[in-house]
Design a protein around this ligand. Structure first.
Ligand code: BGC
Length: 246
């Protein structure tokens, strides 16, 4: 099935038409800068430009980088506070006339990883944790997504863990991989206590560097890097729409 997949990020909004059976892009990717400020109407306008670019009339899957429940934004997170409480799928439908499936960005990337990457065929409880600007999560049981988990918002010293251990914090506090790895150790020990997963897959910008900090993480659960299929966010969003995940 062909679906328009869109990945909304803090700096760019990208779309492509995806063959959801093969996970391949069937068009070139089209990217527009995320509007600043990223208010609801400005984002909707950008989404319309992407839909118009492809002259798309079918269903759309869209990854969104904030906490969501059934297409409603629960917190503006790293995008914009005015998004809180907005029913994003309705907003985009009003603007474009098309049906949208909204899915958390980490869920989308994780979905692509489970279909076509490191998670393919993995059973039991699998936690995909994305380490980037924030910490995102996609949780699967026997290959099926349990949507909208926000494991980066577990707290540590009264703050979200992502404010202490995201990849962006390593950069902003100029931490070595070994010091940052010790922070991640606290994070993953906590995850391991409260879930505990059978497998952890690291996605996001830090996944390729896993060999530099993995030694610091002292848990029995295996931790492996995502294969980072190109455009996993776009592909996973399209899959979510094809499968009707909300
Ligand atoms: C947001 C999540 C998102 C993650 C990665 C967090 O700040 O709350 O919804 O998945 O960042 O973008």
């Amino acid at each position: 099935m062909e679906v328009l997949g869109i990945d909304i990020g803090g700096t760019g909004i990208k779309g492509a038409i995806v063959d959801t059976l093969t996970g391949e892009l069937v068009t070139e990717r089209f990217r527009i800068d995320t509007p600043k400020p990223a208010k609801p109407e400005a984002i909707a306008e950008t989404i319309k430009n992407i839909v118009d670019h492809f002259n798309w009339k079918g269903i759309v899957g869209c990854g969104f980088p904030t906490p969501l429940s059934h297409g409603k934004c629960l917190s503006g997170s790293n995008l914009h506070p005015s998004l809180k409480g907005v029913q994003i799928d309705d907003l985009f439908k009003k603007k474009t006339g098309l049906d949208f499936t909204l899915v958390n960005d980490a869920d989308a990337a994780a979905e692509a990883e489970m279909h076509f990457g490191a998670g393919k065929g993995k059973q039991g409880l699998v936690a995909v944790i994305t380490l980037g600007t924030g910490i995102g999560s996609g949780l699967f049981f026997n290959g099926k997504l349990i949507p909208n988990t926000e494991l980066g918002h577990l707290t540590y010293k009264n703050e979200a863990f992502e404010k202490y251990a995201a990849y962006s914090i390593k950069r902003s506090e100029n931490l070595s991989y070994s010091r940052w790895g010790k922070r991640l150790n606290k994070y993953f020990q906590h995850i391991n206590l409260i879930l505990p997963p059978d497998l952890i897959i690291i996605g996001g910008g830090a996944s390729k560097k896993l060999h530099k900090y993995k030694d610091q993480i002292d848990i029995e659960t295996p931790i492996i890097p995502a294969e980072n299929k190109n455009e996993a966010g776009i592909i996973g969003a399209a899959i979510a729409a094809a499968e009707g995940i909300k």
